[in-house]
Every structure is written in C-alpha cells, then in structure tokens.
Ligand binder design. Structure first.
Ligand code: ASP
Ligand code: MG
Length: 586
C-alpha cells in the first residue's frame, strides 16, 4: 500500500462543488488501496479577504493576532473536506497544525517548520482514516512557554505538504493546482509555451518568476534537500503534470531543523580558472554572439560571463574558462580582437567561489555579508555575478584557504557543505529548460570606484541595511589607466527612487565615483542544467537576441542560468526569440 500526500490549493477548493469533486477523487484513490494524507489551503480568496478585514481595523495589526486570524482559513477547508469524504462513505478526520504537532520558529507571518510529529497521523491512517491537514500553519512556544499559532507566509501550504511528506517518509508529494504544471515560460508572453514533464529543483528556483507562481520556493527547497519527488498537477484536468527532482544527495532529516533555517547551504570552489576581459568592443547587437560563437567553434566551455559597463559606445565582456583551455582561448581572443577591435587581457591562477542556497532569494544581505566577510579578510574580489540562489565571485588562488575559512565561519557551514572542484551528475539535461522574465527594473552603475577590498561590500551593505532589494550585481574587469572599477546592478523601479540619499552618501565616501542611471530594463533568464556542460549555449542565446536586433545591456551568468538585461520594450520579443531558438515549444 502506498502512502500518498496530496495538496490542494485555494482555487481547487474554492467552493462546495470543487470540494466535493476533490473528495470524489480522493475516494477513488483510497478505494484503490492507498493511504492518504491531504493538505489543503484556505478556500479561494479567503486569505486575502481575512487580510483585508485586518487592514480595515488596523494599519499595522499585531502579528500574533494576524496569524490567529489567517490560520482560520485553512481550518474551514479541512472540516468541509472531511465532511464531504464522510458523505462518500470514507472515514476521514481533519487536523490543525497544532493537533498534528507542526512546530515552527517563533516568527509570526513567515515561520519556518522545525519539526512535524507523525504519531497521531499514522495512528489514524492505521485505523483506515484519510487525514486532512490544515496547510500554512504551525505552532511555536512563545518566550513565556505558552503555545502560539504561527503561519508560514503566503503560499505556505505547499511547504506544509512537502514538509509533511518528508516527516512521514513518503517518497512523493502531489501538489494539485489550477495550472497544468510548470511551463517553459509565461504563456502570456509566449502563447505556445509548453508543459514540462520534468524539471530539477535548482532550475525551478532559478526560474523564479515562472516557478514561484506555481510553487512556494520553500517547498521546492525542502523537496531538493530531502529528495522528495514533487508532482505538480492540475486538479481539473487529467494530466501527468510536472515532476520536480533533486540533483543533490538527500540530506538526513534532523529533528528540530526540518526546514534549514540557514540562508546558505553550500560553498563551492572551482580552481584553475582564467579570467579573460575583452574591452572597448563596439556596443551593438551581435557582438556577444560573435564572441561566444568564436569560442565555441574550438570547443571552449565558458563558465561565468559578465558584461555591464558601457563607456560611451564601448563595451567590456569578461568571462572565465578552465586553465586547460588557456592557449586555445588566447588564440580565439586574438582572432576576435582582430575582427572587432578592442583589446583583451587574461589573468590566470584565479578561483571561483560561490555560495548557494534557496534562502539567498530576495535577501540582498547575503551577498553583502559575503563581500564584507572577504573584504575584512583583505581579499580583493575580482568579478561578481549573482543569480537567484547563488552568489559567485572570482578571487586569486592564493587567497583561497583564507577565503574558505572566513566564509565557512560566517555562514556556519560544516565540512560536508564545502565542495572543492565538484563534479556534477546528470550531464544529459537540456541546455535551456525554461525562460523567466523580470520586468519593472532599472540598471544602476557605480563608476570610477577605487579598486580595493571592501568597495562592493560597502555598497551592498548600505542597500541591504535599507531593505532595498538589488539583483544581478555585476562587477566588470576593465582595463583603465585610472585603476578603477565599475559595479552595476539591477533594482526595482520603486526602490530606485528611495535610494538617492544612500547613493549620495556612498559616492561621497568613495572619492571620484559617481552614479549612472540606465534606462528601464527587464531581465530575461534562460535556465537549464545542461548549459554547464554543453559548449556554446551562451553564444546561441546571444545569437537569438542579435537576430532580432536586440541589444544586450548587461549579462550575468551562473552554472545553470544565463541572464540578459535588455531594454524593457524588447523583453517580450527577447523571451520569444530564445524560446523559438531552442525550440522549447516542441
Ligand atoms: N492560504 C494561504 C495563502 O493564500 C496559504 C496557501 O494557500 O498556500 O497564502
Ligand atoms: Mg499556492
């Protein structure tokens, strides 16, 4: 007999008819001989409505009282679904988070799950019951030792379901929702976006704007950490949906820390890297494509790619390759500069250091902490590139022992979380699986910054302290006689307006530097595990854009993601161009 954990979202339990339809399908599954635990959300728009009620009474409601209110939504659904199952002749029992024993951190509104007791659920299952559990909620002990209700944050029922699967030792978890599964991209932009049969948890997290609309990222992180096979399916139509699988070796479940409360999960070090910078390149569509095609012609696998600064009509592009490709890369750079102009330089004995973790998403303080930690150890950061769940930087090889030591200490990592020259499995994966789009952003550049440790850290810290979310930080290596560097990043349009005072005080502290605002932009990110292993993916992405005459304002990559910042007016066309180029509709 299989143990099935099924979660139904708000729209799937939006009214009585829908609840009855779900009860009917659970009946069939039960009669087929399965043990079933169901996790449900609040009906339809309930959580929003409860929030509005609170707002109409208080601008700033007490967080304990808000959790007390919001947690009632799910309690309605569990009771109704149990009643409905009973009507169909199936023994069923509903349980709140506290009745199950879901314990969380003592933070209202966004608590992480620490532990889930399974005795009571198992007992009922043994007696033949379907157990219906309220998602989104748990309990914690307050500082006075009394029990309090907590909620996990909007969309948190997905997290409840996957956490429950982990605690129950179930192999799979099925999330039923109002979409057929995870698509290659947003179908409002690309009408023939295709349903994915499978995707890795890492890809799902990197595809933030596509993924987060389907699943709570914390649910994806739990599935990834504990190797739960996660199915996302439509509750309305019969379809196999999308299977999310994990690329990492499952962690052992430790009681009391089911959801890792740390933001950083691992530190990766990649040695023997050479950094190439080609500067003073013409700034027009097709240049990046030509460069990376020229490199892929002789099978050079490029890792990080960074492009940010526009110096008048000039562009700099920086990339890293393994030192084993040094000679070939030099030859190709000679060729490129003879055709396009510009000049290149190369630095060997470099190392890439990356921190990774789903907790990095939306928390700019993590990259600030990394840069600060390195600068305190007097380590100069040569290159920076960030993605949703990863921050990478390139430093000199002789700094590595020290860097590992300070980063390990700062993020409290154990030896098992540190990987030097890791070898990845599953090299057969597609080079582009999906495309995410983030609009409503602007590009900001700090120019003429002194090239010394601590500069990136001071900028990132100032922004993070003021709760301004920035993203895609890119520091490029340009060859100037002034020995200065530029750092560019993207941020929300709204946040940019709030940042003036902070930028002013920063440029005053960094003599000679100034701010340059770019136009309205959007970030188009192609994500695929296979791109880390296949030669030439970046060239193909840039070519797809060049063919449509789209200029790339910035480039930042991580192993499985290539992000191009383009003008906002070009973004839909850019997504379509990449989607078509890789034939994702097939
Ligand atoms: N009811 C909660 C919300 O709307 C939790 C969930 O549906 O996942 O955010
Ligand atoms: Mg949801």
């Amino acid at each position: 007999m299989a143990l099935l954990i099924k979660k139904f979202g708000g729209t799937s339990v939006g009214d009585v008819k829908k609840i009855q339809a779900i009860a009917r399908s659970i009946c069939q599954s039960k009669e087929a001989g399965n043990d079933i635990v169901v996790v449900v959300s609040a009906m339809g728009n309930t959580t929003n409505e409860l929030n509005h009620l609170a707002e109409s009474i208080s601008k700033n409601p007490n967080s304990r009282e808000l959790d007390m209110l919001l947690s009632t939504g799910e309690q309605v659904t569990i009771a109704l679904l149990s009643m409905s199952l009973n009507e169909f002749g199936i023994p069923a029992i509903s349980m709140t988070g506290s009745q199950v024993g879901i314990t969380t951190e003592s933070i209202h509104g966004k608590a992480r799950i620490l532990d889930i007791k399974t005795e009571r659920i198992k007992n009922y299952i043994d007696q033949g019951y379907v157990v219906v559990v309220a998602g989104f909620q748990g309990t914690t002990l307050s500082h006075t030792g009394s029990m309090e209700i907590t909620t996990l944050g909007r969309g948190g029922s997905d997290t409840s379901a996957v956490a429950l699967s982990t605690a129950m030792g179930a192999e799979t978890c099925e999330i039923y929702t109002d979409v057929p599964g995870v698509l290659t991209t947003d179908p409002r932009i690309v009408p023939n976006a295709k349903l994915l049969n499978e995707i890795s948890c890492e890809e799902m997290l990197e595809l933030a704007s596509v993924g987060a609309s389907v699943l709570h990222p914390r649910a994806v992180e739990i599935a990834r950490n504990y190797g739960i096979k996660l199915y996302v399916k439509s509750s309305q139509i019969e379809s196999s949906g999308t299977l999310l699988h994990s690329q990492i070796k499952p962690l052992p479940l430790k009681r009391g820390s089911l959801e890792l409360t740390k933001t950083v999960n691992s530190l990766e070090v990649l040695e023997n890297q050479a950094v190439f910078s080609i500067s003073r390149l013409p700034d027009r569509p097709g240049i990046a494509a030509q460069i990376f095609e020229t490199l892929s012609e002789v099978k050079i696998n490029v890792d990080l790619i960074i492009q940010a600064t526009h110096d008048g009509n000039n562009n700099d592009i920086t990339f890293t390759v393994n030192e084993s490709d040094l000679k070939k890369t030099i030859e190709q750079c000679e060729l490129i500069t003879s055709q396009l102009g510009g000049e290149y330089n190369c630095k060997t004995k470099m190392t890439k250091l990356s921190i990774q973790g789903a907790g990095i998403m939306g928390r700019p303080s993590v990259s600030a902490d990394l840069f600060d930690t390195l600068s305190q150890a007097n380590i100069n950061v040569r290159l920076i590139a960030t993605s949703e769940i990863k921050v990478s930087c390139v430093i000199e090889i002789n700094n590595i022992p020290k860097a590992i030591r300070v980063v390990e200490e700062k993020f409290k990592l154990s030896d098992t979380q540190i990987f030097v020259n890791p070898v990845y499995k599953r090299q057969d994966q597609p080079e582009v699986r999906g495309i995410a789009l983030d609009k409503n952003q602007v590009q900001v550049s700090f120019r003429n910054l002194p090239d010394k440790p601590g500069v990136a850290a001071s900028i990132c810290l100032a922004l993070a302290e003021n709760n301004l979310i920035f993203d895609t930080i890119v520091q490029s290596e340009r060859i100037t006689s002034r020995k200065t560097k530029d750092i560019s990043f993207t941020m929300n349009k709204q946040d940019r307006q709030k940042a003036d005072a902070i930028f002013d005080s920063l440029t005053k502290k960094l003599p000679g530097s100034f701010i340059e605002d770019g136009p309205a932009i959007a970030k188009v990110s192609a994500v695929g595990t296979g791109m880390a292993f296949k030669v030439g993916t970046a060239g193909k992405i840039f070519r797809a854009l060049a063919k449509k005459n789209i200029n790339i304002e910035m480039i930042a990559t991580s192993e499985i993601r290539t992000s191009c910042i383009v003008l906002e007016k070009d973004c839909d066309e850019a997504v379509n161009a990449i989607h078509n180029h890789f034939e994702l509709e097939k």
